[in-house]
Design a protein around this ligand. Sequence first.
Ligand code: GSN
Length: 221
Amino acid sequence: MAGKPKLHYFNGRGRMETIRWLLAAAGVEFEEQIFHTKEDLEKLRKDGSLLYQQVPMVEIDGMKMVQSRAILNYIAAKHNLCGKDPKQRAFIDMYCEGAMDLNEMIMMLPLKPADTKEKELATILEKATTRYFPVFEKVLKDHGQDFLVGNQLSRADVQLLECILMTEELKADILSKFPLLKAFKARISNIPTIQKFLQPGNQRKPPPTEKSVAAAMKIFY
Ligand code: GSN
């Protein structure tokens, strides 16, 4: 039997966090090899472990996988989290890409110059409430089901929950005009594997701080 997946990344959320979420939701235990220095990253590069010299890298089922989307696709396919036919998958992919676009804006916020951060934050909140969340609210309203696609848990539900929680960290009442998303958040958070991941002390990473961002920057630049 293959061992636990091993995640190679720095000590932060970045592009690995959604991978942590998806593994946890699928009930897969995983290990983390956190690197703290440029030298640790160089070592991985030198031993040929990184196809494009980049992380995230996940050792899984005898592969050293890179490219966060490829990794997510593999985990989702393996654990039946991408729908039951190509059409369901098409919708799941569209919802995931929307959630990832919003996540990426949030992920990049700490890297923006200090004098643009406030404006950037306002743009993110505006996009969340006028572009992304209305789509998901409408999907849930139109079909009246518990999950976004096909009336069963998919990666879209997991990735949307991650996205909602990240956006709430920026503005706690961001869901105030989205009652169905509020109920969705409670419902998906209650799935036992996800509930476990949300417990303090689990493998979910905390939001970035000035200190953690500076430490990550030192590794890559
Ligand atoms: O999605 C992906 O995994 C890739 N398309 C991008 C991965 C990436 O940009 N990795 C950064 C680390 S910070 N993001 O997670 C990276 O390894 N940068 C160093 C480099 O030489 O590009």
